[in-house]
Design a protein around this ligand. Sequence first.
Ligand code: NDP
Length: 294
Amino acid sequence: MSAKIIDGKIIAADLRARVATEAARIRRDHGVTPGLAAVLVGADPASQVYVRSKVKQTEAAGMASSEYLLPATASQAELLAVVEKLNHDPLVHGILVQLPLPGGLDPQGIVAAIDPAKDVDGLSPVNAGRLANGLSALTPCTPLGCIILAKTVHASLEGMNAVIIGRSNLVGRPLVQLLLNENATVTIAHSRTRDLAPVCARADLVLAAVGKPEMVKASWIKPGATVIDVGINRIALADGKTRLVGDVAYSEALEVAGAITPVPGGVGQMTVACLLANTLRAACAIHKLPAPAI
Ligand code: NDP
């Protein structure tokens, strides 16, 4: 049996289209154009690609976007001044500071300075705390995307045994809260977990966010389980080229899982779509409009 492939490309395109429809509606009915400001410090090529893609997709959804490029030598105070300016800019509803920041800058301090109402990455202590308390919050985009993908397979995640591998603030920890909100039974594994394979093999839903190429083997997966692979790892091939792979050994897992996300073309596609959705949500909340129907 071969697993159902969860097509992040199609699901993300569908979400972007719904965001664009709602953005057009609130512009028409309320004169509000949701705006996203992206801040990039330094010239890391991968970060430049991510920011460009976010700007392009924001504009394609009919929303406003602005870019703030600072040199790698920018100080904490200079970056904080940019964040403060954007906090007070009425045309900006979402602020994204692209991580990682160059060495010497304190990302926690920067993220904490973003107005929580505009924190569309959902990484500020206020939004993380609200999420942990089961309150409404702007939620980190990648975990949000994972939940949307899982729910294309299971209308409800209630009562499912979910195993998350990885406990980062960016992915694993917010995933715990989102899965609890869905009434799943959640286990979170990490580098100190003993006997990870049998822990994983109990899961109806496996979410791998480790950063280790193809670490999760088919033998770790319960037959029929749903597998959401967050990992993005570039590996070198014998011919000198490189290839992107996830944290799950995809081709063998395909034979055991019930449904699985590919890499690329799975979770990665959802991250930017969820950022647009969060920007729209933030714009509605700031202007005291009803939450968008997306
Ligand atoms: P981090 O490096 O911040 O966290 C990795 C986690 O994996 C840690 O909690 C670590 O445990 C755990 N871990 C490491 N080795 C093992 C092991 N052998 N067994 C079990 N757990 C282990 O990574 P991120 O969460 O930021 O990212 C994870 C992956 O997801 C990366 O490949 C990244 O590129 C990708 N990613 C993809 C995104 C997308 O849009 N698709 C967005 C964000 C990330 P410990 O805490 O004990 O160190």
